[in-house]
Design a protein around this ligand. Sequence first.
Ligand code: GLN
Length: 515
Amino acid sequence: MDPKNIVDKDSSFFGQPGGLQTLFFTEMWERMSYYGMRALLVLFMTASLQEGGLALTVVSATAIYGLYTGSVYFMGLPGGWISDRLLGGQKATWYGGIVIMLGHIVLAIPSEAGFFIGMILVVLGTGLLKPNITAMVGQLYGSTDDRRDGGYTLYYMGINIGSIIGYFVTGYLMENAGYHWGFGAAAVGMAFGLIQYRLTLPKLKGVGAEPPKPLSPAGMKRSWAVIWALLAGLAVFTLLALNDVIYIDPTIIASNVAIVFTVIFFVYYLSIFLFSKLTKNEMKRLGALFLVCIASTCFWAGFEQAGSSFNLFARDLTDRMIGGFEIPTTWFQSLNSIFLVALSPFFAALWINLSKRMINPSYGFKSALGLIIMASGFIVMFFASQAAASGLKVAPYWLVAVYFIHTVGELCLSPVALSAVSKLSPKRMAGQMMGVFVLTYSIGNVVAGLLAGGLNPNDPGAMPDLYWTIFIFGVSVGAIVFVLAFFTRKWEKLAEDDDEHPGAVIDANEPVGRP
Ligand code: GLN
């Protein structure tokens, strides 16, 4: 039975299908663990040995940070494929969550080997969980159900509520009990997520229960053999690296990985066009999605300064004292999630009001807007870093302003882009396409880590130039996407299957000529 027909009428979770409750809370706890741990990462790596850290340089730490966050999302590509062809979204999410929890448990053990092994496990687990749980959200809706955008906005709020919990809990534990207690809390968070996922699984009513396009039994067997062989190879490589048989320079790897991930993104996208037997409409819809992907990549490259250079800016260059109270460094990052949860309802209302006035900005246009707004935040950092370069610590409101602007940009781009992926991708490739999209996070994150390497708080004089360059680059790409969005908006509106609806336009009321 087609799952969409079963859940069409269900509106038991804030007007959305009950299955959204399951996915909302699972992702909330997963993100609690991810962001909670991530908030400590650069601080832990750059802290001295006496402070319980790893005493790495800023350049190495930020490169490792970028590599880690980039790999987390890169693994979404195989993770999405595994779901579409081998496991289905439900099992992929479940096993992914278990591996993530194990990763955080290993991180909680104070040892350098445990630190790297734990990170690898989180990378593998998130690759399985993240794209597939996100794709399942879209599968709760029929193709004409207009609750999809609202569903993704709600889901995105769940992500950020989880992040807030993560930042506060791990940040508090880090300062009062030590880094490894923070990592342990992330494991507990993921365990909560897994328990509630298991208990509320029936609410999904079959969504993601089976792979949408399973391989033959022989093909499955071969694929699992390859997957286990690759994992064994990874284990051997890790052992050799930990025993210094192989030397890894994180900065060199990070810059090459950024190139490799970008090439993989283009090749994968092109091969979908060439080999996936797409109909003409599917090709155009994926063309429109490509534009959103470009905007998304550039957006995250700037936005993801949050965990690295902004984090260090907060720690070393910001006056965090309010009276006798010192604001913990990690709290600044939580501003993004706090603003996001607070602003989400306004944005939901804004899109609804605009659409009542027959203004329905396309996915491409909203993405361009998000990118331009985010880039504008770097003007603030330009002035903040100029002030810091004079030698005095700067007031906290600089970072508060940047996080506010970045969050407004995020709300224009990120939940919108998730909805675009789910709407514009062929259903048989739902997991894979979400994996391809998550790759834009990945490239953005690695580039962000590399940029952050040039933003050393010990040398604030070098910061303004780089922040200014990021601003110019972001605004320029945003302007190009804006112009191209005029062309792709028609493609976004095409019906999924041009055999069923030749040349059909879904929303005939859409005003022509508006972005
Ligand atoms: N905050 C969003 C999430 O966790 C986006 C993440 C990202 O780095 N692109 O899903």
